[in-house]
Ligand binder design. Sequence first.
Ligand code: NAD
Ligand code: TDX
Length: 341
Amino acid sequence: MKNILVTGAAGFIGSAFVRYMVEKYPQYNFIAYDKLTYAGNIDNLLPVSDEENYRFERGDIAERGAVRRTLQTHQIDTVVNFAAESHVDRSILAPDEFVMTNTVGVHILLDECRLHGIGRFVQVSTDEVYGDIETGFSVESDPFAPNSPYAASKAGGELIVRAYHITHGMDVVVTRGSNTFGPYQYPEKILPFFVTEAIDDNLLPLYGDGTQVRDWLYVEDHVTGIETALFKGKSGEAYNVAGENQQRNIDITHRILKQLGKPETLIKHVPDREGHDRRYAMNCDKLRALGWQRKYTFDDALEATVRWYQQNEWWWRKIKTGEYLEYYKRQYAARLAAAQE
Ligand code: NAD
Ligand code: TDX
């Protein structure tokens, strides 16, 4: 029996991975481990909460004792690490936690895994480690050029993972995903943020001219990319998980408004994000060679996602209170005021 520890399992992509894997692999046990930061939400795991092969434990990947107890108690033999501070804008406002979790936390988790002795360790990383790419597509052998504290802290985590492979011979695989969207995404990221704000007829603060490009990937395709890397990836290798679907922020915003039947006057161009990367784009032939392929088209997935937020106000309305509103004020009040002048 395999005992798989999924860290950061109460977040957006980690919970989608757990919901998918628990059902697909009843022969494995899944231990969901999460600190439950502002972004961690136990509601995301409700669909599997009664399953026999699922357990939840609250804990921090940067806390040695807690990690050790969990590895031992559940005789963990495989780890998939989603745990991270994940929002670029917050990394500009308050970077400490990013380095603590995304770099130091990865180190502590990995070191405890080495001491405990595990099989495979999968590190979930991001296209942002490549930095801005004006033309063409990033491949796995490209050098790192992270531009935000978030991206730099994720690159730091990856480098530690690489070092443990080379130095200690640990069985590691890295995935680098592109901009992911779907249900249960914390409403600070552009897609759920704009959809839920537009539902309430609030202004949508689009940074700069809105022509920045992101490569959009549906969450369920990201999950199967990680599944493929977990079971078929070669030890010590990194795999891009791309949507191969470049879209400008302004175009995504128009599509959201159109589907919701809301006016374009809700769009407000505001002062740009500091150090804003203009474009990400990746080549994912390496993962495809392992047999992975996407199942969803962007049009269908976007439509289904917008509909999900329309139909699941119970999920996001309780998030948009307290700390969320403080963050909103800090991030957007001055920007929106500057745009009104
Ligand atoms: P998220 O912010 O929704 O979830 C992160 C989860 O990690 C939360 O549940 C949080 O409570 C938990 N966490 C944070 N610090 C922790 C700690 N110290 N110990 C234990 N748990 C902790 O993020 P997400 O969008 O689901 O991203 C998951 C992973 O995928 C991250 O590693 C992120 O860098 C990567 N990624 C995200 C995207 C994207 O577009 N969202 C794209 C590529 C890669
Ligand atoms: O209010 C906004 N206005 C705006 O114009 C927000 C929140 C974003 N944007 C722009 C900035 C980006 O060009 O939209 C684009 C997407 O922004 P985010 O949703 O914040 O994502 P991004 O910065 O691209 O990073 C995401 O993809 C890579 C995830 O948050 C990361 O965790 C992942 O690694």
